[in-house]
Ligand binder design. Structure first.
Ligand code: IPE
Ligand code: IPE
Ligand code: MG
Length: 253
């Protein structure tokens, strides 16, 4: 293990008190990475790693909602993941539909509203339909937002945002300059706070095109744990480390 990952902190069981005494992140973003390596380690096909990855997500959503986290954004499929073999992409889309169909009622009971970021129009029609159903069914829930990043890339999001703004400018014959607040209104994340905490599993030290604009001041926590092995205890550990950080935003403590 190197110095960049798994910062030392007390075991998760000792943390519940500490968690309450310092501010929680309002928005947690997770790069759920390592399904393939988990499968290889267990002598299984990659797709079973993805299935196990979906299984790991459920208790994390529940724990975030229990803790009072406002927004949980999970990176489920990137604009670059289309370069994987077709069979793997097809399995990932099928798992998405399965997750939405089986989990939406319970998520609704937990007060979770499902929303998405990413270029959804390029997803298979069945996946789009399942997403529309789940978003409609949980619309009006207010405890937590579960934000699914699907066919999401930070660069693609920015380009789509600017093009949408440009099209509106042209149609109105307007000639304004862009500013930060305007860009934010046109991003897929409009209306959400920026992530306070980014968690990446499986030890990779990169952003992989995730929330490039929004993570300007996110605290980053990277663990070597592979996503299918990521538990609520790991989540609490990440939050505990976050609570020890000194967020200066370019100023002084
Ligand atoms: C993350 O696991 C899931 C997706 C990217 C969809 P990976 O499939 O990237 O797993 P590794 O990185 O190969 O272990
Ligand atoms: C990032 O993981 C995307 C998701 C977790 C959905 P990748 O496995 O695609 O990232 P790279 O290729 O290692 O950067
Ligand atoms: Mg990966």
């Amino acid at each position: 293990m190197d110095n960049y990952t798994d910062e030392s902190s007390p075991p998760a069981t000792a943390m519940s008190g500490a968690l309450k005494n310092r501010p929680l992140p309002r928005h947690i973003a997770i790069i759920m990475d390592g399904n393939g390596r988990w499968a290889i380690q267990h002598g299984l096909p990659r797709v079973l790693g993805h299935r196990q990855g979906v299984k790991a997500l459920k208790p994390i959503v529940k724990e975030c909602s229990r803790l009072g986290i406002e927004v949980l954004t999970v990176y489920a499929f990137s604009t670059e993941n289309w370069s994987r073999p077709l069979a793997e992409v097809t399995t990932l889309m099928a798992l998405l539909e399965e997750f939405l169909d089986s989990e939406t009622p319970e998520l609704k009971d937990q007060g979770v509203r499902i929303r998405t970021i990413g270029h959804l129009e390029q997803l298979p029609k069945a996946a789009q339909a399942a997403l529309a159903r789940s978003c409609a069914e949980t619309d009006g829930q207010t405890k937590m937002v579960l934000n699914l990043a699907l066919n999401y890339g930070g660069r693609d999001e920015l380009v789509r945002a600017v093009n949408r703004w440009l099209a509106e400018q042209r149609s109105k014959g307007a000639n304004h300059d862009l500013d930060v607040a305007t860009v934010e209104r046109y991003l897929d994340t409009a209306g959400l706070p920026d992530p306070d905490l980014l968690i990446r599993s499986s030890g990779e030290l990169r952003l992989s095109n995730f929330l490039l604009w929004q993570m300007a001041y996110s605290e980053i926590y990277i663990t070597d744990v592979l996503w299918p092995d990521f538990t609520p205890e790991e989540l609490l550990r990440a939050i505990e480390v976050y609570q020890q950080r000194d967020r200066r935003f370019g100023g002084h403590s």
